[in-house]
Structure formats: structure tokens, C-alpha cells
Design a protein around this ligand. Structure first.
Ligand code: ADP
Ligand code: MG
Length: 256
């Protein structure tokens, strides 16, 4: 059975997609079988893995949510990245599903059912959520075992988190009793300031009782931005960089 992790935070630009890529490929580098699922109509995970523009794909997560995947052949929408992870891409067609799914019974359970059918093939399935807390994200949270929350090391990351935490608690109560928090990962840390320590302390004080705050943090680096544009993980783009070392250490902390 695969462990299913959703990267979520309804603030954009905090490192969700970057964390999904580098965690997924980091796990693959440890020999784990990994599937990455893009659940954002922007398709940032898809293009971040080098498959730009995501509009090139006919079969995407949209087909799965539209429940037409079986007739179209589910395998058609799973593609393989050369760093040994599989990907289910997303593109703008996913934006229509928010409306479409309103009409569907059991609409929050579609992705969970689909993932269940794949669960034996993978060790980890990582779902990269969009910043919205709409039905597509509810599908991701209903399919997940844990929620990994990247938080940007800047002022007041606390505010946006309350709503996410409320949503996760609601999903846990109503749709997915086994859902738990994987933890908070602090990203884009400027090592020249003492911010990270302050923010870590603040997050621990505020949430530490219920949510683990990872010891490892991810530094801000131009190398990371470049690697996203280049469609590669940080391990391949800049193997000797601090970001590569930090994500590698984070992955080890994650799997304990
Ligand atoms: P989200 O998915 O939360 O919107 P992304 O992972 O797409 O966030 O990151 C937003 C932007 O910040 C992207 O351009 C990405 O390349 C950049 N970025 C992510 N992590 C870092 C980092 N550690 N250092 C510098 N830039 C980063
Ligand atoms: Mg993203």
C-alpha cells in the first residue's frame, strides 16, 4: 500500500510544487516507487518536471475526475520522468471540474477510489494541491494519508494556515478519518537572517502540539528557481547545492 501525501497550503508561491518534486524524486533516489499527481490547473508540477506546456496532454487528472479514465485507458495518463518517478499531469482543463463535480454524487471520493486501484504499484504517492480549497483539493485531501505543509519563511505565515487546518479537520471528520498532518516544512529561508529560527519557534508555539515542524529547512536559492524552469529536480540540476542537500536531509527526516 502506498503512502499518500498531499502538499497543501492555500497561500501560493510557498514551495508546494517544488517540495512535491524534490520530495518525490528524493524518495525515488532512495529506491522508492513514486507517483506524483498534479492537482493544480496551473500544471506547475507538470511543467516543473519538464513537460511544458501542460496543454500538450490529452489525458490528465481531469479524465480521472471526470471518471472517463477507464474507457480511455487509465494508463494513458501516467507518464514517466527520467528521474524515475511517474506523473499524472494536469492542465487548465482541470479548472472546469470544480463546476462539473458539483453535479456528481460522491464527488470528493473520486481520486481516492482511483488511487486505491494503483496503491500496490507505488511506495509513495504525492499529490500537489492548488492554493484553492475547492473540490479538486478536497479530492486530494480525501485520498491522502497525510498533509505536508510547506511554509515560506517570511512574516506571518501563521494566518493562512488556520483555514487549511480547519479544512483538514473537517475532511478528517466527514470524509477521511485517517487523515493526519505530516508536518510543516519551512522553505525559502534566507540564511543571512535569523528569520527561520523565529518562524520555526513561532510555528512550534502555535501548532507544535498538533503538527510536527520539521527540523530541516530549505534555503532560498536562485539554483532552485532555475531547476524548476529546467524541468529537473535540484539533485540533477545542482547536485552540490545547499537546496539539494537540504531536500535530501528533509526526505530522510520525513521517512524517519
Ligand atoms: P507553490 O507551489 O506553493 O505555488 P512553488 O513551489 O511553485 O510554490 O514555488 C514558487 C516559486 O518559488 C517558483 O518559481 C519556484 O521556483 C521558487 N522557489 C521554490 N523554492 C525555492 C527556493 N528554495 N529558493 C528559491 N526559489 C524557490
Ligand atoms: Mg504549486
Amino acid at each position: 500500500m502506498a503512502k499518500v501525501i498531499a502538499t497543501a497550503n492555500q497561500k501560493g508561491g510557498v514551495g508546494k510544487t517544488t517540495t512535491a518534486i524534490n520530495t518525490g524524486i528524493g524518495l525515488a533516489r532512495l529506491g522508492k516507487k513514486v507517483l506524483l499527481i498534479d492537482a493544480d490547473p496551473q500544471g506547475s508540477l507538470t511543467s516543473g518536471l519538464g513537460f511544458a506546456p501542460p496543454e500538450r496532454f490529452t489525458y490528465t487528472i481531469t479524465n480521472i475526475l471526470a471518471d472517463t479514465a477507464e474507457e480511455n485507458g487509465v494508463k494513458d495518463c501516467i507518464i514517466t520522468h527520467d528521474e524515475n518517478v511517474d506523473l499524472i499531469p494536469a492542465n487548465l482543463t482541470l479548472a472546469n471540474m470544480e463546476m462539473e463535480l458539483l453535479k456528481v454524487m460522491g464527488r470528493e471520493n473520486i481520486l481516492r477510489k482511483y488511487i486505491f486501484s494503483l496503491s500496490d504499484k507505488y511506495d509513495y504517492i504525492i499529490i500537489d494541491c492548488s492554493p484553492s480549497l475547492g473540490i479538486v483539493t478536497l479530492n486530494a485531501l480525501t485520498a491522502a494519508d497525510t498533509v505536508l505543509i510547506p511554509v515560506q519563511a517570511s512574516y506571518l505565515p501563521v494566518i493562512g494556515l488556520q483555514e487549511l487546518i480547519r479544512t483538514v479537520s473537517k475532511v478528517k471528520r466527514q470524509l477521511n478519518p485517517k487523515l493526519t498532518f505530516e508536518g510543516i516544512l519551512i522553505t525559502m529561508v534566507d540564511r543571512r537572517t535569523s528569520y527561520a529560527k523565529e518562524i520555526t519557534d513561532m510555528l512550534r508555539k502555535e501548532y507544535g502540539e498538533h503538527i510536527r515542524v520539521f527540523n530541516e529547512t530549505i534555503p532560498r536559492s536562485i539554483k532552485q528557481e532555475e531547476s524548476t524552469t529546467d524541468g529537473k529536480s535540484i539533485y540533477t540540476y545542482a547536485p552540490k547545492s545547499k537546496v539539494a542537500a537540504s531536500y535530501e536531509a528533509f526526505v530522510k527526516e520525513l521517512i524517519g
